[in-house]
Ligand binder design. Structure first.
Ligand code: NAD
Length: 350
């Protein structure tokens, strides 16, 4: 059953660890190290089943391989999940266990924070292993850089669709005003775009209304807003069988991971002439930012590299158009091409 899963997703290695002293149950998945050592965050989540946790870590780590590949980074794809439950009382001990788990892989996998974990947890992990990035006082919160990359991706989509990448006078609907969504609104406002926003947290809505003159709608209504561009910056699967007919936009470009619930939803966007910025291309700025710690870049250099997402996105949309394929397929091809090239080089060298 487990090897069937691995074969399905094409993984190199999956490590399970249980620590009876702390109740730690963690899975680290290394999808690929062809491009370099695997990097990806640690997710702490109360999964309904072990199977759900395994599927999540396999899916997420595979996505990291593609994200690093299209960003041109010398990194592989990995991710870890910690299965949280009510029995865990000592968070510090839990992350010590996780640090030992990461260390046991000897550098094939480097971790960072993700959903449910924070820089303080990573500081505990650091006491057990050097293979952790995104620590306080180092590359810091990646969200502003992620937002900048999404903004640049959106401008590339505008250039492709309208022949001009200015967003002045455009209306952008934004779902999710958290770490990334807020900073994205800031960039869009400065570029002269009008904002229509939604979040389930009213304080976040109030803030962007006040600071950026945004108009608010209910979070259920955001998909049907008549706008030029939609930016999904909450959770994934926002483009699905139920929402697909609601969109009245030219472009979808946001930070959320796994925006397409199914490939068929990406096909449907293409058929409707809606330009879709593949999520792991648009939101690669966060990974670029933490990579600064490994590659020795300054934060200014990381910011500039996140800005290059513009050219990657524009090139990808042109390939999609020329080859008559949806953008999500063009992104997969680009990632696969980079991985295949690295594999060939490794074969020649050995
Ligand atoms: P966050 O938790 O700070 O913000 C998410 C926001 O979405 C919150 O304000 C939340 O209230 C809101 N939200 C949740 N459900 C909603 C709903 N149904 N309707 C409207 N709003 C809803 O997260 P973030 O760091 O800003 O990340 C946003 C997305 O971008 C996530 O999918 C994340 O995986 C992805 N992402 C983030 C980064 C990063 O650097 N932070 C990098 C890559 C991808």
């Amino acid at each position: 059953m487990i090897f069937e899963h691995l074969a399905h997703y094409g993984h190199e290695q999956v490590s399970f660890m249980y620590d009876p002293d702390t109740g730690y149950r963690g899975i680290i998945a290394i999808h690929s190290t062809i491009l370099g050592p695997a990097l990806g965050g640690t997710r702490l989540w109360n999964y309904e089943s072990e199977d759900e946790a395994l599927t999540d870590v396999l899916r997420l780590s595979r996505g990291m391989t593609a994200k690093a590949a299209v960003a041109g980074l010398h990194l592989g794809g990995g991710k870890s999940v910690i299965l949280a439950d009510d029995k865990i009382t000592d968070r510090e001990a839990l992350f010590h266990s996780h640090g030992r788990h990461v260390q046991s892989l000897g550098g094939r996998y480097t971790t960072a924070e993700d959903v449910g974990t924070n820089p303080s947890d990573m500081a505990i992990v650091r006491e057990e292993t050097e293979y952790v990035v995104g620590l306080e006082g180092r590359s810091g919160d990646p969200s502003p850089v992620t937002a900048f990359g999404v903004y640049r991706a959106m401008k590339a989509c505008a250039k492709f669709k309208y022949g001009d990448d200015s967003l002045a006078g455009k209306t952008v609907s934004v779902k999710g005003l958290g770490h990334v969504g807020y900073h994205l609104c800031d960039y869009l406002h400065k570029d002269g775009a009008a904002l229509v926003v939604a979040d389930i947290d009213q304080t976040k809505v109030d803030r962007v209304m006040e600071e950026f003159g945004a108009t608010a709608v209910d979070h259920e209504a955001i998909y049907g807003v008549d706008a030029d561009i939609f930016a999904p910056c909450a959770l994934g699967a926002g483009v699905n069988d139920d929402t697909i007919d609601e969109f009245k936009v030219d472009i979808i470009a946001g930070s959320a991971n796994n925006q397409l619930a199914h490939d068929r939803n990406g096909d449907a966007l293409d058929e409707r002439g809606i330009i879709y910025a593949p999520d792991y291309v648009a939101n690669g700025g966060g990974l670029i930012n933490v990579n600064a710690e490994l590659a020795g870049w300054t934060l200014e250099e990381a910011h500039a590299k996140a800005g290059e997402i513009y050219h990657t996105m524009l090139g990808l949309l042109e390939i999609a158009r020329d080859e008559g394929i949806p953008s999500y397929k063009a992104a997969r091809r680009l990632a696969q091409r980079r991985i295949d090239t690295a594999r060939r080089r490794a074969a020649v060298a050995s």
